[in-house]
Design a protein around this ligand. Structure first.
Ligand SMILES: [Zn+2]
Ligand SMILES: [Zn+2]
Length: 354
């Protein structure tokens, strides 16, 4: 089978490796159909998120077809369409039993596609607890958004604004920003989306929930959406990693700042104001107890139309083009601009077309 390996910074290689087979009674082998490129993958390639193990197969946002099952597997059958939960946990250790499954002490690393082999590959090996059968009405493409949405629901649980009328801003119209906009809307909050890339902004405008608008700048959002150039800032979701220092002085008393980008940035803030203004600054990553199932529910019940977020799909042998579509230029070893409206880019691995 083919596997897309991380060799070094800016160095990915598509290699022929051995096929995978079941080895324990609860194993499930999935023939991967589609796998999304995540900001994590871009961070690994560009060196901003220096946690991946060299030689690992990248990828963790995948769907596929069950290819082989262990003798005790009852949850899925060979041939069924499934989404993969790439964040395994044992359910038995102290971290798992205290609702911190994302820090399970018995898993072999942080996540599939980071510290052990992931899903940019022909086959992926997991167990029956970490695959979910997709209903017929949900495409394999749409299913790939389950993992990113699960990460957003983890963050959403921590966000407790004082009121649904909070002046709320999501920065960055990539998949994470758009999924936050949708998730906040389900909580009754109406955020504005801010994106300074014209091509990302153009794509995002067709993917928004009712009532939500997108703007090229914070100033435009305040004036046009809130009709007040001095509109307060009650809630910020920053998917860019880089805005805390700029926005901090504008934060209203009792406001919340959520940082979910994985870029290696530093910020300087006044800690007296942090207390004096009752500010909350938090980060969020990964899936938490039950969040993957919640994301699966929101997608399979059609609550969030995630397939709209998929702007491009490339076959795995065109992975260089796929990464370039979101500005990660593997030929020039640098982040560059993009030339087309874009959001979520998928890599197609098998011969599946839905
Ligand atoms: Zn991801
Ligand atoms: Zn555990």
């Amino acid at each position: 089978m083919q596997a897309l390996k991380y060799r070094n910074q800016w160095d990915l290689s598509l290699e022929e490796v051995n096929n995978l087979h079941v080895t324990t009674p609860y194993d499930v082998i999935v023939a991967v159909a589609y796998c999304g490129i995540c900001g994590t993958d871009v961070g690994i390639v560009s060196g901003e998120y220096p946690v991946a193990v060299k030689g690992v197969t990248l990828g963790h946002e995948a769907t596929g077809i069950v290819a082989e099952i262990g003798e005790k597997v009852e949850k899925v059958k060979v041939g069924e369409r499934v989404v993969i939960n790439p964040t395994p946990y044992c359910g038995k250790c102290r971290m798992c039993q205290t609702l911190r499954i994302n820090h399970c002490q018995n898993k072999s690393g942080t996540e599939s596609g980071v510290s052990y082999d992931g899903t940019f590959a022909g086959l992926y090996k997991t167990t029956q607890d970490f695959v979910h059968v997709l209903p017929d009405n949900v495409s394999l493409k749409a299913g790939t958004l389950t993992e990113p949405l699960s990460c957003i629901l983890t963050g959403l649980r921590k966000i407790q604004p004082a009121t649904m009328t909070a002046y709320s801003y999501v920065f960055g119209a990539g998949p994470m920003g758009l999924l936050y906009v949708w998730a906040l809307s389900l909580k009754g909050i109406v955020p504005v989306l801010i994106e300074n890339s014209p091509l990302r902004l153009e794509y995002a405008k067709n993917c928004l929930p009712n009532g939500v608008k997108a703007y090229a700048s914070l100033e435009a959002a305040k004036s046009d959406f809130f009709k007040d150039p001095n509109a307060p800032v009650d809630l910020v979701v920053d998917t860019t990693s880089g805005l805390l220092e700029v926005l901090y002085p504008q934060m209203a008393c009792g406001s919340t700042y959520v940082s979910i980008g994985l870029k290696n940035k530093k910020a300087s803030i006044n800690t007296m104001e942090l207390a004096d203004k009752s500010l909350t600054i938090m980060g969020s990553i990964d899936s938490m107890h039950g969040s993957f199932i919640e994301a699966f529910h929101l997608i399979t019940k059609g609550v969030i139309p995630v397939e709209k977020l998929v702007s491009h799909t490339y076959p795995i042998n065109e992975f260089t083009k796929a990464f370039a579509a979101i500005g990660c230029n593997l030929n020039q070893n640098q982040m560059t601009g993009t030339t087309e409206p874009n959001c979520k880019v998928l890599i197609q691995i098998g011969d599946y077309h839905d």
